[in-house]
Design a protein around this ligand. Structure first.
Ligand SMILES: *Cc1c(COP(=O)(O)O)cnc(C)c1O
Length: 416
């Protein structure tokens, strides 16, 4: 039973969990025993249609057969060598083919590592210390990212974590998302190594960039010789095979990836222009290393996932599901706004527009949580936090999954 497991978990783990958002499920987290396709199964014997999908990576759904076969084949051959293996080249080739701004890449183990290293590399390359980020953007859980951070940091009321040295805080400058004027002013007045941005915010609910915002960032950073880092840990291989860069037609100097490219196994990556990437050790003097970097299991699962995506038009199919689900959400009587970009979306109650983190924080979180709990009772699992994105998977591209979801929404929308 989940209630018993939770009681014991509270004894072993701070707040009962190993990553904070997992504690946001009310009244207590259910424990998952299995996942298959669009469904997860709980220790209490319930099944739920899963729209969280590991917070983004599982774009094919749970336990995809092709990915599973490939991973098992690799496990038969061994799973860690600390020596290069063929599959890392195959995955790099595929990523670079779809995202041409990534001429060279380094595989690490999480999105956190990806942004931490991309920021260090930008500093090494520009010989400047400061970075500019946006309020509510989430770039993982390292010191430079936990300033006005979104995701669980915002859910639990600590967008600014304790334990970060003042010296570090002085190097992180924050603007509001979609505020180009702020960016131009800061770039003009300070020596900034890099602007790091989520090209679509996926960690404050979903917030799209306004028209011209990303292009503006591209122009201003070029003018001031500042690097532009697109944090595509969510958007990479989600909005299009070429990520947000292809979708919006703006190209970054450095790109961080994670989530989907590991097919559900731990991964991160950062890549970009050859001359910048070559500053990394061993060819250059900006250090990065990792015992598990480019581990064959994550490489294999990622490669298999991208192969399925190439074959099966996954982005259009997942977008179709998102359209059907949001069409039903639109019918909810309680005043709301829905932000959707392709196959990622979120609903905000009691507000008219959400175009930055400040506006997202004004939404009625308690109404969202009520809706989320209602949905769970009706067999559908939406993120337990207003500040996460709803995702769809290939496995959701199924008439029964869609109609069961629509029905659950109808039954769950009594919110006043
Ligand atoms: C999830 C996420 C990260 C962090 O990735 P982890 O693998 O959880 O460390 C970084 N940036 C963005 C945009 C993310 O959504």
């Amino acid at each position: 039973m989940s209630s018993e497991l939770w009681k014991e978990a509270l004894r072993y783990f701070p707040g009962g969990v190993n990553s904070p958002v997992r504690a946001a499920v009310k009244p207590y987290p259910f424990y998952v025993s299995q996942g298959k396709g669009a469904y997860i199964y709980t220790e209490d014997g319930n099944s739920l249609i899963d729209y969280v999908l590991g917070y983004g990576p599982l774009i094919l759904g749970h336990a995809n057969e092709y990915v599973k076969e490939k991973v098992i084949e690799q496990i038969e051959k061994g799973w860690l060598f600390g020596i290069p293996s063929r599959v890392e080249i195959e995955l790099a080739r595929k990523i670079s083919f779809h995202m041409p701004s990534i001429e060279k890449i380094r595989f690490v183990n999480s999105g956190t590592e990806a942004t931490m290293n991309a920021i260090r590399l930008a500093r090494g390359y520009t010989k400047r210390d400061k970075i500019l980020k946006f309020n509510g953007n989430y770039h993982g859980a390292h010191d430079y990212a936990l300033v006005d951070a979104g995701s669980a940091a915002s859910e639990f009321g600590v967008p600014n974590s304790e334990g970060i040295p003042q010296e570090v805080l002085k190097t992180v400058i924050v603007c509001e998302y979609n505020d180009l004027q702020c960016v131009e002013k800061k770039l003009k007045n300070e020596d900034i190594a890099a602007v790091i941005v989520e090209p679509v915010m996926g960690n404050m609910g979903v917030i799209p960039p306004e028209k011209g915002f990303l292009k503006g960032l591209r122009e201003f950073t070029s003018t001031y010789n500042t690097l532009l880092i697109f944090d595509e840990v969510i958007t990479g291989f989600r909005l299009s095979m070429g990520g947000a860069q292809e979708y919006f037609g703006v190209s970054a100097d450095l790109t961080t990836l994670g989530k989907i490219i590991g097919g559900g196994f731990p991964i991160g990556a950062f890549g970009g222009k050859r001359e910048i990437m070559d500053m990394l050790t061993p060819s250059g003097k900006v250090f990065n290393a990792g015992t598990f970097n480019a581990n064959p299991i994550s490489m294999t699962a990622g490669l298999a996932t991208l192969e399925v995506m190439e074959r099966e038009n996954v982005i259009e199919k997942t977008t179709y599901v998102a359209e059907k689900v949001t069409e039903e959400l639109e019918r909810i009587k309680y005043p709301h706004v829905i932000n959707r970009v392709k196959n990622m979306f979120q609903i905000f109650f009691g507000v008219e527009k959400v175009s930055n983190a400040t506006e997202a924080r004004r939404a009625k979180k308690e109404v969202y949580l009520k809706f989320q709990v209602n949905l769970m009772k009706n067999g559908v699992y939406f993120p337990p936090s207003q500040f996460e994105s709803v995702f769809t998977s290939l496995a959701h591209y199924d008439d029964n999954v869609i109609s069961d979801t629509v029905l659950a929404i109808k039954k769950s929308s009594e919110l006043s």
